[in-house]
Design a protein around this ligand. Structure first.
Ligand code: DC
Length: 208
């Protein structure tokens, strides 16, 4: 039987990670944060320098590994988790994630992961581009003010509205809800309520 993919997309600081991790834990699925993959590649490119060439990018070894039930992308064998939230990474991750070669690397790893296990995958284009065939699609949002408040509370310097602008405005895999995604505005919802609604939607018999 094919493995299940639960796709959770949405803008920065919408609560995706907390919700995706919790849904995965309750279902016993793997948790895959695709933004962390783009962040790992961004950190690597910043380290290589501005003029990193496409053929060098194409030849890097970027492989997903599991740390418990959480997928991590190792770049050239390095686990760079302590750098994923660096201000420099926050600033550059949107432009870097527009590069077709970068999207190809991440897309390939996500499909390899999902071929072998049930998983909850969060990101920007999981339901629209990477796994359009999954029946389990969710789009999580919150007001810009609430998302900025949440990010401030995490003590991070991150221009989330600028990232939203780049992520929604790009031509390749823009952030947008899949037409068949269940849209959840979490501005006034607790994490528990969002998780409950997702689990209920997954358990409900689907029309058609
Ligand atoms: O989820 P996050 O904020 O950590 O993601 C960081 C960036 O990675 C986001 O601004 C755009 C990019 N990204 C993407 O292009 N596609 C995805 N599926 C996930 C993230």
């Amino acid at each position: 039987m094919a493995c299940s993919v639960i796709a959770i997309d949405g803008p920065a600081a919408s609560g995706k990670s907390t919700v995706a991790r919790e849904v995965a834990a309750r279902l016993g699925y793997a948790w895959v944060n695709s933004g962390a993959f783009y962040r790992a590649l961004t950190w690597w490119m910043l380290r290589e320098g501005r003029d990193v060439r496409e053929d060098r990018l194409a030849s890097i070894e970027a492989r997903a590994n599991f740390d418990g039930t959480e997928a991590r992308l190792l770049v050239d064998g390095m686990d760079v988790r302590q750098h994923l939230r660096d201000p420099e990474v926050n600033r550059h991750v949107s432009p870097v994630s527009q590069l077709p070669i970068v999207r190809a690397i991440v897309g390939r790893e996500l499909r390899a992961i999902a071929a072998g296990r049930d998983c909850v995958i969060e990101g920007r284009d999981i339901g629209t581009c990477v796994f359009p065939e999954t029946p389990f699609k969710f789009y999580i949002d919150a007001s810009p003010e609430e998302r900025e408040r949440r990010r401030r509370e995490q003590g991070e310097s991150d221009s989330i509205l600028e990232r939203d602008r780049l992520d929604t405005g790009r031509t390749v895999a823009p952030l947008e809800p899949a037409p068949d995604a269940l849209h959840l505005d979490t501005t006034c919802l607790s994490i528990e309520e969002v998780v409950r609604r997702i689990l209920a939607a997954i358990a409900a018999p689907r029309a058609g």
